[in-house]
Write a protein that binds this ligand. Structure first.
Ligand SMILES: *[C@@H]1O[C@H](CO)[C@@H](O)[C@H](O)[C@H]1NC(C)=O
Ligand SMILES: *[C@@H]1O[C@H](CO)[C@@H](O)[C@H](O)[C@H]1NC(C)=O
Length: 502
């Protein structure tokens, strides 16, 4: 027992001296978020690489934010599994903002110290700061992107609309407002207007149209993004959520990327608001080229992705990027004249086993355009959980192989690493049921991966409510038929998603 006591004591001393991050346990957590008005909590595991990378950034942020009465805490989920479960932690690290124990929101900023400081500082401010001639200049340059609304003191409608927009986007940008007519005049805008100040490109953008929430949000979406940005773990999510296609410029060196960013600027300006353009480090993220149906290793390269449908439009890889030709390609893309490239294995000549093999080219007929309840597994050859499921899945499929049941139920699988599927797949295996007559709203299976539970799921949630047939003896597929391991870089997720892999 003495040894134990010593460890704890040393731990406490260490924490007090070296760190401004509070390590919490299930005994201290509740009172901590009660006593501190604003807390950022990191749920982590000691073995997680992204957590290790975050640690020094988190420390730096904690020290700065301490002065603003914002507390940073961490919870080791390997020791506090109950606490982590209670807060729905599914991957590491998970960061959450607590304003008291009830008001919790996900941290959606980047995981760098300055980004954490900027994000949490915004959390501590009112969503719109009221500005005057003393404060406005400093405010304009206080973050990468800052918005200031200029409206009249009696213009309640504009005030309210702007406040609504700010409430929704306060995690991302700083919002200020002033009703001083002199300040509007000095800025050269009429009331009501909004000016977005930024540290890149033209430096600012003005919005002078009617004050509606939707139009203002659309304006911000376009104006706040650099003309030619950079895709990386920190920005990828934002680009995917932007709702417009993303054009990738792959290049291996920073010099080359900078050069290309300059060359692409006119093109990006021309398509501003319709397509986002960004460079990507082909040395670090070259494997991502494969996801866009580009050949990995042949850089520089260019491709457009329709992010909402995951359609890819790779540009022919000819060794260099001729801007003029690419301009034409992009115009054709916008005009709908370019066909998406679809990666697919060949359609199997014959379905041999009880599990129907789906590939991109027969996806529509096998999964969507029929009157069957289709259960489909999206798998990756390298995924251990998928391999463990395989024999049970065969067994399940065999239960529906009679001539009657096979008219009602298909049990299928698709190698999602070799086939472009329209579904957004977060991890492997993903199992979904496309019930007859409801193909536009598939149900994802989240139960245990047993034959009985899967059969109950098909019966309960399928339109035909088909009861599984008698088990037959099935010949199991030989494991060695599995394709070889995919390169590790494409291991997007296997059960626990480490959040920001590309
Ligand atoms: C907007 O309305 C709020 C609430 O009435 C008020 O406190 C604030 O000063 C107004 N903003 C400006 C810039 O007039
Ligand atoms: C049917 O689907 C719902 C929604 O996903 C799920 O909660 C339920 O457990 C499913 N039924 C069975 C028997 O699995």
């Amino acid at each position: 027992m003495r040894g134990f006591a010593k460890c704890v004591a040393l731990g406490l001393i260490g924490a007090a001296v070296a760190s401004d991050v509070h390590q919490l346990t299930k005994d201290t957590f509740a009172s901590f978020v009660e006593e501190n008005d604003l807390v950022l909590a990191e749920f982590f595991a000691p073995w997680c690489g992204h957590c290790k990378a975050l640690a020094p950034e988190y420390e730096t942020a904690a020290t700065t934010l301490k002065e603003k009465n914002i507390a940073l805490a961490k919870i080791d989920c390997t020791e506090e599994s109950e606490l982590c479960q209670e807060y729905g932690v599914e991957g590491y690290p998970t960061l959450k903002v607590f304003r008291g124990p009830e008001n919790i929101s996900p941290f959606t900023g980047q995981r760098k110290s300055d980004a954490i400081i900027s994000y949490m500082t915004k959390q501590g401010l009112p969503s719109v700061s009221t500005l005057d001639k003393e404060t406005i200049e400093g405010f304009k340059t206080s973050d990468k992107v800052v918005l200031v609304a200029y409206f009249a003191a009696d213009d309640k409608a504009s005030n309210e609309t702007f406040a609504e927009v700010a409430n929704g986007l306060r995690d991302n940008y700083l919002f200020g407002a002033t009703n001083d007519a002199e300040l509007a005049k000095a800025e050269g805008v009429k009331q009501p207007s909004i000016v977005l100040y930024k540290t890149f490109d033209e430096g600012k953008d003005s919005y002078t149209e009617a004050f509606t929430k939707e139009n203002i949000e659309d304006f911000i979406k376009v104006a706040a993004v650099p003309l030619v940005g950079e895709v990386g773990p920190e920005t990828y999510g934002g680009y995917m959520a932007a709702g417009i296609p993303l054009a990738y410029i792959f290049a291996e060196t920073p010099e080359e990327r900078e050069e290309l960013a300059k060359e692409f600027k006119p093109l990006a300006t021309k398509h501003k608001g319709a397509i986002n353009f960004a460079t990507i480090d082909a040395k670090a993220f070259g494997q991502h080229a494969a996801n866009l149906n580009l050949e990995v290793g042949k850089f520089p390269a260019f491709a457009i992705q329709k992010t909402d449908k995951n359609e890819k439009y790779p540009y022919e890889q000819a060794g260099k990027l001729a801007i003029k030709d690419i301009g034409k390609f992009v115009d054709d893309f916008v005009a709908g004249k370019v066909e998406p490239s679809i990666k697919s294995e060949p359609i199997p000549e014959k379905q041999e086993g009880p599990v129907t093999i789906v590939v991109a080219k027969n996806y529509a007929t096998e999964v969507i355009d029929n009157d069957k309840d289709v259960l489909i597994e999206f798998y990756a050859p390298w995924c251990g959980h998928c391999k463990a499921l395989a024999p049970k899945y065969e067994e399940l499929a065999a239960l529906y192989s009679s001539s009657e049941l096979s008219k009602l139920v298909t049990v299928a699988k698709v190698d999602a690493t070799l086939n472009d599927v329209p579904d957004e797949i977060q991890g492997f295996p993903t199992i979904k049921l496309y019930a007859a007559g409801k193909k536009d709203s598939p149900i994802e299976y989240s139960g245990s991966r047993t034959v009985e539970d899967l059969a109950a799921f098909i019966k309960d949630n399928g339109s035909h409510h088909a009861e599984a047939g008698e088990p037959e003896t099935v010949e199991l597929r030989d494991e060695s038929e599995m394709p070889e391991q995919a390169p590790a870089a494409t291991e997007v997720a296997d059960e626990t998603v480490d959040h920001d892999e590309l």
